[in-house]
Design a binder for this molecule. Structure first.
Ligand code: SF4
Ligand code: SF4
Length: 186
């Protein structure tokens, strides 16, 4: 287990920034552990979600932003549902992931590559174009054989299409992405 010296690396601006971006009061967390007890991904996390909360309270920016847990979180919101203090823990995980991304941390690069491919597919097509996503993900990661065994199962069911979807409102979706980019630069 990594030893964190909180007296040397306390960063109060990090705590304030997380609170500002998430709209949550970090000091309400009293470490009951309910969030971790309900989290389906604790078994793969390097820091359980209640420890992430504690590390944020302690202003441990680098330890938090380099945590693999941020990228393995499924955003299932069990933690939020179970918190006795009504803290939106899942939203805090989201905020931390965005911060990690902005600051150049990607401790699970394949997950980040998947996110990047997924989002650019939605931005371009208005919804995800599965085969395009697959090609982009493989190009970014070099993982040619990822889930190749699933191809024969999903193709006959018409779950994947060889052409991008033609949907209405594509431009509106692009405007959402543009607005997000503008707002996140402020
Ligand atoms: S949202 Fe993330 S941290 Fe919360 S319970 Fe689900 S997987 Fe765990
Ligand atoms: S459930 Fe809420 S109060 Fe309990 S450890 Fe998790 S965030 Fe803190």
């Amino acid at each position: 287990m990594e030893i964190v010296n909180i007296t040397k690396s306390y960063d109060s601006s990090f705590v304030k920034q997380v609170e500002k971006e998430s709209g949550q009061n970090m000091s309400l967390c009293y470490q009951c552990g309910n969030c971790t007890a309900g989290c389906p991904y604790t078994f793969v996390y390097d820091q359980p979600v209640n420890q992430i909360m504690r590390l944020v309270q302690a202003g441990q920016k680098e330890t938090v932003l380099k945590s693999k847990s941020l990228w393995l979180c499924a955003t299932c919101e069990s933690c939020t549902t179970r918190c006795p203090n009504n803290i939106d823990v899942a939203h805090i995980m989201d905020v931390l992931r965005h911060m990690a991304r902005r600051e150049g941390y990607a401790p699970v690069p394949t997950v980040k590559s998947f996110w990047d491919s997924f989002l650019s597919s939605v931005e371009k097509n208005g919804r995800v174009f599965e085969i395009g996503l697959l090609v982009s993900y493989i190009a970014k990661t070099g993982r040619f054989w990822t889930d190749v065994d699933l191809g024969p199962k999903v193709l006959p069911k018409g779950k994947m299409h060889f052409k991008p979807p033609q949907i209405q409102g594509k431009e509106e979706v692009q405007k959402i992405f543009n607005r997000f980019k503008e707002e996140s630069q402020k």
